[in-house]
Design a protein around this ligand. Structure first.
Ligand code: TRP
Length: 453
C-alpha cells in the first residue's frame, strides 16, 4: 500500500492538467466528424447545452468525490461508502478508461504517422486524391498502424511513469498554451480558403430537422467524451488537488476551454472540408483526409510555410492526445498503486501493456479484422459507441447520484465550498444541477436511445 500521495503544485497546474485531459482528440478528431454526421450547427447547440448543464455538474460531482476521498476511483468508494455495492462503480471506472485508452491510442498512432509524413514533406505538392486515398490504405494495413499505436502507448507510459508533478503537470503546462495558439492560427487560415464560406455557414446556421434522438444522444456522448467524464479521470485528477483550490473555477475554466477548443477546431476543419469537396459526414477519417488538403493548397503558394504548418498541426494533435491519454492511464495506475503493493513504475508498465494489447485488436479492426461487425460497426467503432454513448453517461449518472443522494449535503457543501470559504453563493445551483438536472437528463436520454426515438 502506497500512502504517500502526490499533489499538483498550483492552481494553474490543476487547471492546465484538467484542461489537458479534456482537450484532445475528442476536440480535434472526434468533434468535427460527429458534428458532421449529425448536421452541424443544430448539433453544436445541443452539445453546448449538454456541456454546461449535464457535463459540468458531473465534473463537479467527480471532483467532490475525488478531493474528499483523496483516492483512486475504487478507493474513493471504499472511503466514502464503506461496505456498500458502490465499490463496483469504483471498479468499473478503473476498467472503462483503459478500454477508452486502447482505441484512443490507435488514433493517437495515426497522428504520429501523419506527423512523420509532414516531417517528410509528403503533403506539399501531392495530388489531392492521393492524399485522401492514403488514409484508407494506411489504417487498413496491418503493421504500420500497429507500430504507431505502440509508439503512442509507449509515450503515454513514459510520461505517467514520471509521476504527477514531474510528468503530467510539467508536460501539460508547456504544451497547452502552445496548442491554443496553433489551432487558432489554422482556423484563421482555413476560413480564408476559396469555398470556405459553406463550411462556416454549416457551423453557424442550424438545421433542426436533422436533429434526431440519436443525434441528441451523440451530442451528449460527445460532451462527456470531450470533458473526460463518467469514468473517473476527473475524479483522480481532483484527488491530487489541494484543499485550498476552488473546485468551481477548475470546472468552469476546463469546460469553457474545452468548448472553445472544439468550436475553434471546427472552424479549422469544416471550411476546409467544403473547400476540398469532402463529405462532412465522412467519419473518423475526416481530419486526416481534410487537413492535408489545406496543407497542399498552401504548398502551391508557399511551400516552406505549408510544410511548417503541417508539421506543427500534427504535432498539436499528437500533444493534445498525449495530455489526455495520460489522464486515462493515471486512473488505472492510481488504482494499482493504492490497492496493491505495486509502485508507480510497475503499475504504469502493467497498465501500458494491458492497454497496448486491447489496442492491437482495435487497430486490426480496420484491416485484417474488419470482417467482425458489431451493430454495424467494426470493433473500434463498437467500443467507442459502447464507451461514449453508454458507459460514460452511466458512470456520470452514478457519480451524480452518489454525490446528490448518497453523500450528506453538509459534506458535499463543505468540499465544494472549501469549508464555507469559497463559491458559497453558487452551491445551491450546483447542488440542484447535480441532484436533479443531470441525472434526470441522462435517464431521459437513455430511454430515448433505448426506444430508438
Ligand atoms: N477528453 C479527452 C479528449 O477529448 C479524452 C479523454 C481523456 C477521455 N479522459 C477521458 C474521454 C475520459 C472519456 C473519458 O480527447
Amino acid at each position: 500500500m502506497n500512502t504517500q500521495r502526490e499533489n499538483f503544485g498550483s492552481k494553474l497546474a490543476v487547471i492546465l492538467a484538467m484542461a489537458g485531459s479534456a482537450v484532445g482528440l475528442g476536440n480535434i478528431w472526434r468533434f468535427p466528424y460527429i458534428a458532421g454526421e449529425n448536421g452541424g450547427a443544430a448539433f453544436i447547440i445541443v452539445y453546448a447545452l449538454a456541456s454546461f448543464f449535464l457535463a459540468l455538474p458531473i465534473f463537479y460531482a467527480e471532483s467532490i468525490i475525488g478531493r474528499r476521498s483523496r483516492a483512486n476511483t475504487f478507493g474513493a468508494m471504499k472511503t466514502l461508502a464503506p461496505g456498500t455495492p458502490w465499490k463496483w462503480l469504483g471498479l468499473i471506472t478503473v476498467l472503462t478508461p483503459l478500454l477508452i485508452l486502447s482505441y484512443y491510442s490507435v488514433v493517437g498512432g495515426w497522428s504520429i504517422e501523419y506527423f512523420f509524413k509532414a516531417l517528410a514533406f509528403d503533403f506539399t505538392g501531392a495530388p489531392p486524391d492521393k492524399i485522401s486515398s492514403f488514409f484508407g490504405g494506411f489504417i487498413s494495413s496491418t503493421w504500420e498502424p500497429l507500430i504507431m499505436h505502440t509508439l503512442f502507448v509507449g509515450a503515454t507510459t513514459v510520461i505517467v511513469f514520471m509521476g504527477v508533478k514531474n510528468g503530467i503537470e510539467r508536460f501539460s503546462k508547456i504544451t497547452m498554451p502552445a496548442l491554443f495558439v496553433l489551432i487558432v492560427a489554422i482556423a484563421i487560415y482555413g476560413c480564408t480558403l476559396p469555398g470556405a464560406g459553406k463550411g462556416v455557414s454549416y457551423l453557424l446556421k442550424p438545421d433542426f430537422s436533422k436533429l434526431s434522438g440519436s443525434a441528441v444522444a451523440s451530442a451528449i456522448g460527445q460532451a462527456f467524451f470531450s470533458l473526460s467524464l463518467g469514468v473517473g479521470t476527473i475524479l483522480v485528477y481532483a484527488s491530487y488537488m489541494r484543499k485550498e483550490e476552488s473546485i468551481f473555477s477548475a470546472g468552469a475554466y476546463t469546460t469553457i476551454a474545452d468548448f472553445l477548443f472544439a468550436i475553434i477546431a471546427g472552424f479549422a476543419i469544416m471550411p476546409a472540408v467544403f473547400a476540398a469537396g469532402i463529405e462532412p459526414g465522412a467519419g473518423p477519417g475526416l481530419v486526416f483526409e481534410t487537413l492535408p488538403f489545406i496543407f497542399n493548397q498552401m504548398g502551391a503558394a508557399v511551400p516552406w510555410l505549408s510544410a511548417t504548418v503541417a508539421i506543427l498541426f500534427f504535432l498539436t494533435i499528437l500533444v493534445a492526445a498525449l495530455t489526455s491519454s495520460i489522464s486515462l492511464m493515471e486512473v488505472g495506475v492510481s488504482y494499482l498503486m493504492e490497492n496493491t503493493r505495486l509502485g508507480r513504475k510497475m503499475a504504469t508498465v502493467l497498465t501500458g501493456v494491458f492497454v497496448w494489447m486491447i489496442g492491437i485488436v482495435c487497430s486490426l479492426s480496420f484491416g485484417p479484422m474488419s470482417g467482425i461487425v458489431i451493430g454495424g460497426e467494426n470493433i473500434f467503432g463498437a467500443l467507442d459507441k459502447l464507451c461514449s454513448n453508454w458507459l460514460m453517461p452511466f458512470g456520470g449518472l452514478l457519480f451524480t447520484i452518489f454525490v446528490g443522494w448518497k453523500m450528506s449535503r453538509a459534506d458535499v457543501r463543505d468540499e465544494f465550498t472549501n469549508g464555507g470559504t469559497r463559491s458559497r453563493g453558487l452551491f445551491k445551483l450546483v447542488y440542484f444541477l447535480i441532484r436533479y438536472v443531470a441525472p434526470v437528463g441522462i435517464i431521459v436520454v437513455f430511454i430515448t436511445a433505448i426506444l430508438g426515438l
